[in-house]
Design a protein. Structure first.
Length: 111
């Protein structure tokens, strides 16, 4: 069985799936409504939805004859916690680095 974090990142790697998640931020949607803005078949959208469901990012349920999708609010928690671990590193200040190099390197070009 795949690592759950790997499954989440694999699901997020596709721009169509990220767009679907963005759409579901607003509200639950019927599968046909999810498919509407995309230039692909309903079967292709269903495959994307299956991947998102397996990753735990969305839930699908049948309401009457219509299949609905909803975002799982806690779905990205593990990925978010993992990514926050990288927040401890401060971005490199390239201007300060350039000033440092100017003071440390000779101003004449080397032969």
């Amino acid at each position: 069985m795949a690592n759950p974090l790997d499954t989440v990142f694999q699901a997020l790697a596709d721009p169509t799936r990220r767009a679907i998640l963005t759409m579901l931020l607003e509200d639950d949607m019927a599968v046909t409504d999810v498919a509407e803005p995309f230039d692909m078949s309903l079967a292709a959208i269903s495959k994307h939805l299956t991947i998102l469901t397996r990753a735990g990012l969305i839930q699908q349920e049948k309401r009457g004859r219509v299949k609905w999708c909803k975002l799982d609010p806690d779905a990205l928690k593990a990925a978010s916690v993992w990514m926050q671990g990288f927040g401890q590193f401060e971005p490199i200040n390239l201007d300060a680095f350039e000033r440092f190099l100017e003071t440390e390197l000779p101003s004449e070009p080397l032969p």
